[in-house]
Design a protein around this ligand. Structure first.
Ligand code: ZN
Length: 298
């Protein structure tokens, strides 16, 4: 039986950058924006922006607007209109209903403590219980357990098998849509062909591949780049209060991000303007120069 989502036809490269508006762009998110943009443009592709605003308590007022303004000041102009996940609820609900109708999901009332007590991996306890939706999370019946895939940057990625086989959550107990569900539905909705993002998402990618298979849609190709870390070895993130990148003079951060991505920007590029830096980066883009995640020294 089919779902309300169809495979986009055509072979054009369609990449995306999908920030959450929980804060302003920092150096780590600049790398994600830049790498996904350059790979799209070097492949004559389109680059879309999606704002992942489905977790209201974590959002910062005005951050979406600031993120878009920052991208523009960095010369990263998106194609098509920006997609806000907050406008996608009807589609998420539809897909959740279809999964339920096809007996591909179930409700689960287990607590985090219950699962921790059995070793941290969910064992399908509620699968056959036909529990009501009220106060329960929704889990997918994981028929595929994808744990290995070919990554454009990392080569063969092998994930934890037990974790990859778990019936994971697609709608949370608190009523919020799970990240995995929203991302996959939107990647299909936007016809995304390539996802270039950080190595913190290597494991979630396996789950997303399982979800694509369940929905019977060809998955995008994935490429994961190493994460930028602080002097203390922590990932640069909004939670770690990484400083926002400079919107007044983007050039130093742009050059630094290109160097991080292994693109060896020549020193004379420092004298160029933003447009020239981006043009140089598109024409010299080589994804093979990005380091493998395991090569990062903390
Ligand atoms: Zn359960």
């Amino acid at each position: 039986m089919a779902f309300s989502l169809t495979q986009r036809s055509g072979s054009q490269y369609r990449g995306r950058f999908a920030p959450s508006p929980s804060g302003l762009l920092h150096f780590g998110s600049l790398i994600a924006a830049l790498a996904s943009y350059l790979d799209a443009k070097a492949n004559q592709g389109l680059w879309l922006v999606r704002i992942e605003d489905i977790d209201p308590p974590r959002e910062q007022l005005g951050a979406s607007k600031e993120i878009l303004k920052t991208l523009e000041s960095y010369g990263l102009y998106w194609d098509e209109s920006v997609l806000y996940q907050s406008t996608q609820s009807a589609l998420y609900d539809q897909i959740l209903a279809e999964l339920q109708e096809q007996s591909l999901s179930y409700h689960c009332q287990c607590t985090r403590a219950n699962i921790k007590a059995i070793g941290g991996i969910y064992q399908g306890h509620c699968r056959a219980l036909s529990l009501p939706e009220q106060g329960a999370a929704t889990r997918i019946i994981n028929q595929f357990g994808v744990y290995q895939y070919q990554d454009l940057i990392q080569g063969t990625v092998q994930c934890d098998i037990a974790l990859a086989k778990e019936d994971f959550i697609i709608k949370r107990k608190d009523g919020l849509y799970a990240y995995q569900l929203a991302v996959v539905v939107d990647d299909i909705f936007q016809g995304i062909s390539h996802v270039i993002r950080g190595c913190d998402l290597l494991e979630p990618t396996a789950r997303q591949l399982t979800l694509f298979k369940t929905l019977d849609i060809k998955s995008p190709q994935y490429g994961h780049f190493p994460l930028a870390v602080t002097d203390q070895g922590y990932k640069l993130s909004k939670q770690n209060k990484a400083p926002a990148i400079d919107i007044e003079d983007p050039r130093p951060s742009l050059i630094q991000a290109l160097a991080f991505l292994g693109q060896n920007p020549p020193s004379e590029l420092r004298e160029s303007n933003v447009e020239e830096i981006i043009a140089w980066a598109v024409s010299h883009w080589n994804i093979n120069k990005i380091k493998k995640c395991r090569e990062i020294t903390l």
